[in-house]
Design a protein around this ligand. Sequence first.
Ligand code: GLU
Length: 472
Amino acid sequence: MSTVTPSTTKASQSPATSDSAPSVADVMERDPVFDELGFPTDPDNLYLQVVGQMLRAAEVIDLKHRVRIILAQPKNEVMVHFPVRMDDGHHKLFKGYRVQHNNALGPYKGGIRFHQDVHLDDVKALSLLMTMKTALVRVPFGGGKGGVKINPREVSPAELERVARRFTSAIAHMIGPDYDIPAPDVGTNAQIMAWMADTYMMGMDSNAQDGLRIVTGKPVEFGGSAGREKATGQGVADVLAEMLPGIGIPLQGMTVVLLGFGNVNSWAGRILQDMGARIVAVMDHTGALRNSDGLDCRALAEYSERHGGILGYEKEPTLSGSGTRSEQGAEVISEQEFYSTACDVFVPGALEQMIKPKQAALLNCRVLAEAANAPCTPAGDRVLTEKGIEVIPAILANSGGVTVSYFEWLQNKSSVTWDATHVDRELNRHMCVAARRTLAARQRYDCDLRTAAFAAALEQIGKVYKLRGIFP
Ligand code: GLU
């Protein structure tokens, strides 16, 4: 089933991304592996873009051909269709995916996404990025990813639970606590992980201890880890704190713009604010807000939680220092104004492929930290490079989530509980070492940070393939 199916890009549905298509040459230099594996030519295809990035780094480190072709396709791709009874009594058929990209370094690991635009090629791309992420940050996992084509905002909590449980039972035979371990991603959360774990434990006749390890990102009361919910945002902040001084940006007083305000960026915003940064603009699916004195991300996160988005926050009354009630000082801005807002660090933490040439041309920042997976298209990336914007790639910047997932899995395996301070310290250590590993690779190979991060990950995978050999 290893075909590359052209996917409808989410980007083409976003109002922010209606550029003319980049040429093939912009996207990939058509590595010979593309032809060898019979890949089509589609510059908008996320999977082909990510494979192109991986192969570029493979070339830089002179990775063995056999490892290149293994990594250019996932090991297993499963697509399931399952019926779920809706609240009004009728049944609806859902489509779900689980892609297991590579397990040379450990069990397949990666999130499950609930989103109306999920396509097989997106899941394949994201599974490849998980393989790179776990190898870069050196947690003993491989890479996988899953998804269900559903808009979680359009179903009731009871329907959502039935979808999560039925999807889990559809893929139960191909996941396992030492084989493939899902986690939250866009549109899923700790509650959904609890339903998945419960379903697996009920159905697979596994003892409770083992069953708990089937997913990470669970609620703390049910086998979850302290610090997992904020982990990806915390990791973004840790990487920035490690790298920005070297780029000449002091954390104290630095200005930050956040694209997306879901789990990752609402936490990144709160943590960066606590470190002394000023969050000057935020955009989510409801709109964009700006405040040059800094938006209070804690209050904004509370508002967004209650209202399902940030728009309207600007009208919220607040207690000013003098005790009188005033408004937030936030102004509603257009998408164009949002992207053009001057800042030190721009943090895309929403979906893939949102930073195309048009958005990249508007950006007015020194550093772009990829909190989402693959937020920049290769053509967008090229504009960023031309403008001298330093890009901290996702496989480094957002690897905090899977790192704390590993801590959760370890705690479940050994029946111990780490406190939040211990989790934060260990996460910080992993993130700082991964950042230094990336910088060292950049120096070694004289390349951009994205290629360097892929190179550092591929070196590790290459070594293990050399030691293990290829069966038989
Ligand atoms: N979905 C997250 C990611 O893309 C976390 C994956 C995990 O914890 O396994 O990195």
